[in-house]
Design a binder for this molecule. Sequence first.
Ligand code: NAP
Length: 473
Amino acid sequence: MLPEYRLFINGEWVATEQKDIVINKATSEPLGEYYLAGLVEVEAAVTAALNAFRREKIDPYRRYEILKRASELLLERREDLALTISQEVGKTLKEARGEVSRASQTLLLSAEEAKRLQGEIVPIEGSPGNANRRAWTVRVPRGVVCAITPFNAPLNLSCHKIGPALAAGNAVVYKPASATPIIGAKLCQVLADAGLPAGYLNMILGSGAVVGDALAKDERISFYSFTGSPEVGLRLKNSVGFRPVTLELGSNSPNIVHSDADLSLAVEACTRSAFANAGQLCISVQRVYVQRRVYDEFCRRAVALTRTLKMGNPLDTDTDIGPMISEAEARRAESWIEEAVAGGARVLVGGQRRGAWLEPTILTDVTPPMKVCTQEIFAPVFSIIPYDTIDEAIAMANDSRYGIQAGVFTNSLDVATRCALELEYGSVIINDVSTFRADLMPYGGVKESGTGKEGPRYVIREMTEEKLVVLRI
Ligand code: NAP
């Protein structure tokens, strides 16, 4: 019998009338069955969250203890969680272990923030006629936070929402991606085992298309934290009216390699990062701009390194690249490669697909109208594009609808400073790739990549209201 995963509402595991199967992305074999939420369960989950929030305030130090214990439990259960992620997503076991360790850090960082929520003294007595008043701000939880997460880093990205929301004193309604319900259920169990009171975390499984509008329209939800595609993010933003929302969306990240850079470092970092998680990261290396003087050498070395990477079973510890999330997604990426080739692009290495496995692929001679340049490919594919001057590289890098992170490789202080100032991205990473992320840093994009910052210390500001108190003496 297949294991069964239920919704988590008000501290109970809840079954419904309808079930679906979650498959192992490498073998297509069923991993388990999960129950699908409908509108009734959305209503029950929001009610449970609101009741918990109103009934039982959790002291900041208790929130710290719960999140810290949950962080420890993630490490204690690391092997099982990593196996689940690897099977549900298709990501390699070594990457999945890394994700569990990062998720543990994210909860620990969130725990620390529970103790640091502070307001400020407002020197109101300095304004005319107010010498007899004092004022200060406090940060108060917003109430019910809705966390909607994607498939590609299902544990850590969920912790980036649930951790800070709970640290701030909110209650949560959580909707993981349909491709990865099991890791969502295991995260709920971790938080329950860590002592989180019933109702503070509620999980809705099932299709976003079915429950999405109900979540967006439920006025009892005070804040939305969404990570996923720009299309769904925009739809959510348009539905929530005046209520605040943070959106962490897609990108087609540029990386600039100037001729004075450490070329070995740049080749190694760009190539490996482009293919991490089969290229399914919002900050994956997608466009690599290489100064013409070192362009041929960069291409030669990147191709040679790519040929050494092993595509295969994600559970084998020497596998570098597993399957994409589905054969349909791999076919879509393959069709974008074909479109680029028809337009004059060349495949330097890779390009072939077997089921959901797309070979790590490097393209060159690409031009902006091609989808591989202008849209988010979200697959193990990157393009190498030559440039002459740094002005040209910055202009090409900025020619995008997106803007989460950009990478720059250079040993020139001048080039590094110019890129830091002129690249229109949420972060500019110098001498490392756009894919770099430490979980404590402020993280978020500009343009169509979203609004708001993640990183527990930063998002907790958005997940709380700044309330002013004025005291007349
Ligand atoms: P997606 O299709 O947009 O799904 C994201 C989440 O939204 C899933 O839980 C999905 O549920 C749900 N959803 C779907 N339709 C909805 C609706 N109408 N209302 C509310 N929720 C709805 O994205 P994905 O394919 O899982 O993930 C890939 C995307 O995420 C890429 O664009 C990637 O760049 C982006 N991403 C961004 C970041 C970042 O930090 N900026 C990080 C990781 C990924 P179902 O699964 O049930 O459809």
